[in-house]
Design a protein around this ligand. Structure first.
Ligand code: HSE
Length: 451
């Protein structure tokens, strides 16, 4: 074990001779799907991991809530229900946090970092809320804090942003970062089924949790957007800074209407650097949006995730793969674990939070968006002119329009050009007050086009 006090971390560059081949002790907190896979991979691949790290990487303790539950593949002698004692134990170098939630893992990670342990976590909600204090604690104690698995499961996106693109300037990160909602929207688009029916099916197949709120209301994606925006723009962005709408109001009629505009609907997490006359800010937002069928994200279906990064010199990069599941998420955890272990052996240290830019967060009101508005209208002469007039009054230009049905069943769908979101939403509010508009049945944004 390398003692971070006796051997100042960061003194020797990575690539120097290993300080010793003392085993690296690992504590795993939480034995759900991901924890079990991490232990399995560490066991199955022990020889390769030792060769890559320069020392054996050994699980020395596994913290679980209930010691009576049998844990296949884990030596019972390693199990403990005292996570607090485990994370500060002298034979532990790296703590892998896979408990979930916020308060308990926050305390345990703080204790581990203060005790000089490096930490690997998959906890997006925690990192989206408290990355600042945890990163500060890691910096003070000269240890690593890695969280690749917190965003988009197996897909490498944190390391590309923090390391591969460290010399470039990222302008936009947009993606599908929630598999549950992507499964639901893909199925609705393909089968024409209702949201609630597809949600129930997703639950039966194990894609949706018993309480699907975090996924379907966009909280999970908002946490991931906060993490992505923070690292992409070197600023501290928390989940509360992310504008958020979920998918619960999407109807089969929206998906059918989207198809008629050669689009589909996806729940997107969008992180953008805005520039208003030289003044920069960050927009971080999560909402279901129409995207053109030819857009790279439109073909990402089922429970898959994908993230598109646009940067100044690298141009557009796309990352695609499995965003959830035991083994895929464990693969991302293992990448972090091997890096943290190597850093211990070679007295190196990975990057921590970088917030030097400190860009302010833009209000959704000021973001340029495109709207899709579906409404039931009275089908008589002059109605279209009145509706179009309301858009014009708010300075919003109409890009496309369709009418279907007639009489009481007339349904009007309008897609606008870009305008400030405030102008778009004020137009919708005014439409809702018009006598000739029976009901504004759906309002979505459109992304992936520059019109
Ligand atoms: N619940 C998430 C999803 C996976 O559906 O993609 C974990 O972040």
């Amino acid at each position: 074990m390398t003692d971070p006090v006796q051997t100042p971390i960061g003194v020797e560059p990575i690539g120097a001779e290993p300080i010793g081949a003392e085993p690296i002790g690992v504590a795993v907190l939480g034995m759900g799907n991901v924890g079990a896979e991490v232990v399995r991979i560490l066991t199955d691949n022990a020889a390769d991991i030792q060769a890559r790290v320069g020392a054996p990487v050994v699980v020395r303790g596994v913290a679980v809530r209930d010691l009576t539950v049998p844990r296949e593949g884990v030596d019972p002698a390693l199990l403990t229900d005292d996570a607090a004692a485990l994370v500060t134990r002298a034979d532990i170098d790296i703590v892998v946090e896979l408990i979930g939630g916020i308060d308990l893992p926050r305390t345990l990670i703080r204790q581990a970092l203060e005790a000089g342990k490096s930490v690997v976590t998959a906890n997006k909600a925690l990192m989206a809320a408290h990355s600042g204090e945890l990163s500060d604690a890691a910096a003070r104690n000269r240890v690593d804090l890695y969280f690749e698995a917190a965003v988009a499961g197996a897909i490498p996106v944190i390391r590309p942003l923090t390391q591969s693109l460290a010399g470039d300037s990222v302008n936009r990160v947009a993606g599908i970062v929630n598999g549950t909602t992507n499964y639901i929207l893909s199925e609705m688009a393909e089968t024409g089924a209702d949201y609630s029916d597809v949600l129930a099916e997703a639950g039966r197949l194990g894609y949706a949790e018993a309480d699907p709120t975090a996924d379907v209301e966009g909280y999970d994606a908002a946490s991931k957007a906060a993490i992505l925006a923070s690292i992409a723009f070197h600023s501290r962005v928390t989940a509360d800074d992310v504008y958020r709408e979920g998918i619960t109001k999407i109807t089969p009629a929206d998906l059918a209407a989207a198809a008629k505009f050669d689009c589909t609907v996806k729940l997107l997490a969008i992180c953008e650097r805005l520039n208003d006359g030289g003044t920069e800010s960050i927009s971080a937002r999560v909402y279901p949006a129409l995207i053109p069928l030819e857009h790279p994200l439109a073909t990402v279906n089922g429970a898959f995730n994908a993230v598109v990064v646009e940067s100044e010199n690298a141009g557009r990069l796309m990352f695609y793969g499995q965003g959830a599941g035991g083994a895929p998420t464990a693969a991302a955890v293992m990448g972090d674990l091997v890096m943290a272990a190597r850093n211990r052996v070679y007295s190196g240290r990975g990057p921590l939070e970088s917030t030097y830019a400190s860009l302010p967060i833009a209000s959704i009101d000021d973001v340029q968006t495109r709207y899709y508005v579906a409404m039931k209208v009275a089908d008589r002469p002059g109605v279209l002119a009145q509706v179009a007039g309301e858009f014009a009054l708010n300075g919003v230009s109409i890009a496309a329009m369709r009418q279907e049905g007639a009489g009481d069943e007339a349904r009007l769908t309008i897609v606008t050009h870009r305008a400030a979101d405030r102008a778009q939403s004020e137009t919708v509010a005014a439409l809702e007050q018009m006598d000739t508009v029976i009901k504004v049945s759906s309002v979505l944004r459109m992304e992936g086009t520059n019109e």
